[in-house]
Design a protein around this ligand. Structure first.
Ligand code: GKR
Ligand code: MG
Length: 418
């Protein structure tokens, strides 16, 4: 199964004004769709970030993979490493430090996923079977709550409404739980002073006493603030995600708070694992195949976490259905991934490049798609529309901070802030 063609298509889709430590989501989120085509006419799909610098690297590397067998992922990785070289510029949202290894892993990921899609289609089995087989039939996801404005300042209010205080956060949780059946809740924090976010968690705990809760302020708190908040929230949080920057700060907090700390910021590549494990900085790692080098390399990280007693959850950024399918196959085949995964799916509000039907939520969980490979098909009309949106939207890289500063000129994304 020799790779004959690779198509790389940037797309844009509507995104609500979700607030975070870096600012606010712009009206359009970007992704890149990768299609790998073999000599036998099989096509595999991958999805990755859409930021221009990353898109350029994905395009450049695609050329270098033509002629390789879809099983030759070690050679693919080596070729991509040689091209990406020492690039360490690719940050996206709040996904921790950029490093050389992480940059290579990010570019490699969509090609690896597409090759697994092809291998699954050729063998007539789902990708989960190529990762050791499913240990769960459906993957639970959490309701991912965001403080948000009612709509983008230059546009109409969206259907989710404003969420700027505890009661509207509780309303947002009820809306997402009603529509998707989620059984865990994550609140994106780092937006308001910590006491306001403590109040929101307490309100959520009161409204949904049986539902596990998480809070993620994306490293906006000092060590001292993190310890105070962690202690005040005793008994309400399943885990506290990235309260403070850096492995040593996280280790100090972890030693003083009652709940485990989780991260998608201070451990984002292999070199971070030894110091984080040695200092007991984290109890939970949020896996993300988009920057841990695809599905197989993420499964290896999961095994390492098992060895060293770290629990697993899964991180997300604004994404489409190819990513949701890949995340679901990985999580379904990872025995120690026992926490409900993150997903931004509700915020994408029905827009997708995949044909409807293969992905659905049942009681907050996505059943592993039944078809071979990833089990999702590209909707070519939707791809064309979303590519046109990309060309017209005027955004070429995510920049939550500059967008926020258009409306609040004094806004600063410095961390820690409180
Ligand atoms: O979408 O605004 C967002 C999130 O804040 C995202 O950028 C983070 O990377 O979801 C992520 C997280 O868990 O930190
Ligand atoms: Mg996080």
């Amino acid at each position: 199964m020799i790779i004959r063609q690779i198509h790389v298509t940037p797309v844009a889709f509507r995104d609500p004004p979700l607030l975070n430590a870096a600012g606010v989501h712009e009206p359009w989120a970007l992704r890149t769709i990768v299609e790998v085509v073999t000599d036998e006419g099989l096509t595999g799909l991958g999805e990755t970030y859409g930021d221009l610098g990353h898109l350029g690297k994905v395009r450049e590397c695609a050329q270098a993979l033509i002629g390789l067998d879809v099983h030759a992922t070690n050679t693919m990785y080596a070729r991509i490493s040689a091209i990406v070289g020492h690039t360490v510029t690719d940050l996206h949202g709040l996904t921790g430090a950029a490093t050389k290894e992480k940059s290579i892993d990010r570019v490699f990921s969509p090609f690896e996923v597409a090759c697994l899609d092809i291998r699954g289609k050729a063998a007539g089995v789902p990708v989960t079977d190529l990762l050791g087989g499913r240990i769960r039939d459906a993957v639970p996801y959490s309701a991912y709550l965001f403080y948000k404005w009612a709509g983008h300042p230059d546009g109409e209010p969206d259907r989710f409404g404003a969420a700027l205080d505890e009661s509207s956060v509780v309303e947002q949780a009820a809306l997402l739980i009603n529509e998707y059946g989620f059984e865990s809740i994550k609140l994106k924090g780092g937006v308001f002073p910590p006491d306001q976010e403590i109040a929101a968690i307490r309100a959520l705990h009161e409204a949904f006493p049986e539902t596990p809760l998480r809070l993620d302020p994306n490293a906006t708190w000092t060590v001292e603030t993190s310890i105070r908040v962690g202690q005040e929230l005793e008994g309400t949080l399943q885990y506290l995600e990235d309260p403070t920057p850096g492995i040593s700060g996280m280790a100090e907090v972890a030693a003083a708070v009652p709940m485990p700390l989780a991260t998608n910021m201070c451990v984002v590549t292999h070199e971070h694992l030894p110091p984080a494990i040695a200092s007991r900085a984290i109890g939970v790692l949020l896996l993300d195949h988009h920057y841990w080098g695809g599905l197989v390399r993420s499964a290896h990280v999961a095994t390492l976490c098992d060895t060293f007693g770290l629990a697993l959850s899964m991180h997300s950024n604004s994404h489409l259905g190819i990513s949701l399918a890949a995340m679901t196959h990985l999580a379904a085949a990872t025995p120690n991934l026992t926490f409900a995964c993150d997903t931004h799916t509700p915020w994408q509000d029905g827009q997708d490049v995949v044909a409807p039907g293969a992905l659905r939520f049942v009681n907050g969980a996505v059943p592993v798609p039944a078809g071979p490979g990833l089990g999702v098909e590209l909707d070519r009309d939707a791809l064309a529309v979303m590519n046109e949106q990309y060309e017209k939207c005027g955004i070429s890289a995510r920049d939550d901070t500059s967008y926020m500063q258009r409306f609040e000129p004094t806004f600063s994304a410095r961390r820690p802030r409180w």
